[in-house]
Design a protein around this ligand. Structure first.
Ligand code: AMP
Length: 454
């Protein structure tokens, strides 16, 4: 299958050619022809699958075949994304793919001044990419009306849920004319997101890209069992390996991210941190430095890093394992992008064994482990080799030295996920095919509660 087989306009094909895209990805092959017919789409896909082009290309095609002035104080296409970084990235993709068509593309998000945004809206835009909060502000100030919007794209819907954006999204939807095309993309389908999709879409075509667990084939996984107080030293030791040229280091909390970044800095490693407490310009500065290889490590929390597309990330280091196993898949999706290979190294202390076990079950792999614990702590704790896929070792999971609070929290999250597993309302067959739950990923109050903390 070639892009030219998909019926896209020649100027779009030229742009794709100069970008070096030759073959459409699976989600593009499935989504593009359907979106071109004007039908609504419910797409289950996460970043890394080529989903941005899957919706952007047919939407740009529509603009090229139905040329008309964008409505003043309005936009023809509205794309909603959960984070500012993703909004910038999606807008960049629209500009690149539409470079020969003279389409107008702009972004609206918080953390920066409003004046330039208001001016761009006043002229009218072909494509507006926005995060929900700032868009609501502009609606309230009557800088924009959405009545003339022809296509709505909701990107990374499940992360919108994680960030508490469902009420603003429903408010934005109420501003749209009913006659429109709606495209809905989510990596997972927890029940709330299923309900939102039901309310938003009319007779949608359901499309699923490869389930998350199979996205990780080109990543080499490693886990190092260690003690929590040893992690910082171990992290610095890892950076002695010159093959780690561009590494994303994930921590659970914003303060943790700052702490680790300071520690790496002291050890002479060029580093920056990115998380929700950083200003927009600090976040952009850090990302630009990382992209340009001026820094070797970017320490990030889950939310700040999700959806970010940076080429040639050689390593993802999980300084702390995520409580929600699907976040592991999102994290390692930052490496091995577009066919490259990458390495994911996880530092696992005694309190994180259950998370590791859940991750191994999700990705259906036993992660090769190395034990760097002191001999005293080895005696105290469950041997590392007991972790293996499909073999439930949790019967003996509470050990001397285990943190009962964190085990209880992990259990609550597991039961919340399992509770959703048989909920038919989450719709779709990908979960049953892959044997994992759409509902579980990022779903459930416990998961959301955790996600808000970083
Ligand atoms: P996305 O899933 O939209 O974040 O895209 C992941 C990465 O794949 C981005 O760097 C895209 O530029 C790239 N990409 C998307 N579609 C293709 C394609 N058909 N061929 C090569 N690279 C692609």
């Amino acid at each position: 299958m070639k892009f030219s087989d998909l019926g896209l306009a020649v100027p779009i094909l030229r742009a794709l050619h100069s970008e070096g895209y030759h073959t459409p990805t699976a989600i593009q092959v499935k989504a593009i022809p359907i979106i071109l017919t004007g039908r609504d789409v419910l797409g289950i896909a996460q970043t890394g699958t080529g989903k941005t082009a899957a919706f952007a290309l047919p939407v740009i095609h529509r603009l090229s075949t139905d040329r008309r002035q964008a409505p003043r104080k309005g936009c023809r296409i509205l794309v909603l994304t959960p984070t500012r970084e993703l909004a910038s990235q999606v807008a960049r993709s629209f500009r690149v793919y539409g470079q020969h068509l003279g389409i107008t593309v702009s972004v609206v998000y918080g953390g920066v001044g409003r004046a330039a945004q208001t001016q761009a809206l006043a002229r009218g835009l072909d494509v507006l990419v926005a995060t929900p909060g700032r868009l609501i502000d502009h609606i309230a100030e009557r800088n924009i009306t959405l009545a003339g919007t022809e296509v709505l794209v909701l990107d990374e819907a499940d992360q919108m849920l994680d960030l508490g954006f469902l009420p603003p999204i429903r408010r934005i939807l109420s501003e749209l004319a009913p006659k429109r095309q709606s495209l809905f993309f989510s990596a997972t389908m927890p029940p709330e997101i299923g309900r939102l999709a039901n309310d938003l879409l009319r007779d949608p075509a359901r499309i699923a890209a490869a389930p998350a667990a199979t996205l990780v084939v080109s990543v080499t996984h490693r886990v190092i069992h260690t003690e929590s107080h040893q992690k910082r030293t171990l992290l610095v030791q890892l950076f002695a390996n010159p093959q780690i040229s561009r590494a994303l280091v994930f921590t659970r909390t914003k303060r943790g991210a700052d702490r680790i970044a300071r520690h790496l800095q002291t050890a002479g490693i060029r580093v920056a941190a990115i998380h929700g407490n950083k200003s927009q310009s600090q976040r952009e500065h850090a990302l630009a430095a990382f992209r340009a290889a001026r820094i070797r490590a970017l320490v990030a929390t889950d939310i700040a890093a999700r959806g970010i597309d940076i080429a040639q990330v050689t390593h993802v280091v999980n300084y702390e394992l995520p409580d929600v196993p699907e976040h592991y898949v999102h994290r390692i999706g930052r490496t091995a992008r577009a066919g490259a290979t990458g390495t994911a190294i996880s530092l696992c202390d005694a309190n994180e064994r259950d998370q590791l076990h859940d991750i191994e079950r999700l990705i259906r792999q036993s992660i090769p482990a190395e034990d760097r614990r002191s001999s005293a702590s080895r005696l105290d704790n469950r041997p590392a080799h007991l972790h293996s896929v499909g073999q439930d070792t949790r019967g003996a999971a509470i050990h001397p030295g285990d943190d009962h609070k964190s085990s209880a929290r992990a259990r609550r999250q597991r039961s919340s996920r399992h509770g959703h597993r048989h909920n038919k309302s989450n719709g779709g067959s990908a979960s049953s095919r892959s044997g994992r739950s759409w509902a579980g990923a990022s779903g459930g109050a416990a998961a959301r509660e955790r996600v808000r903390t970083p």
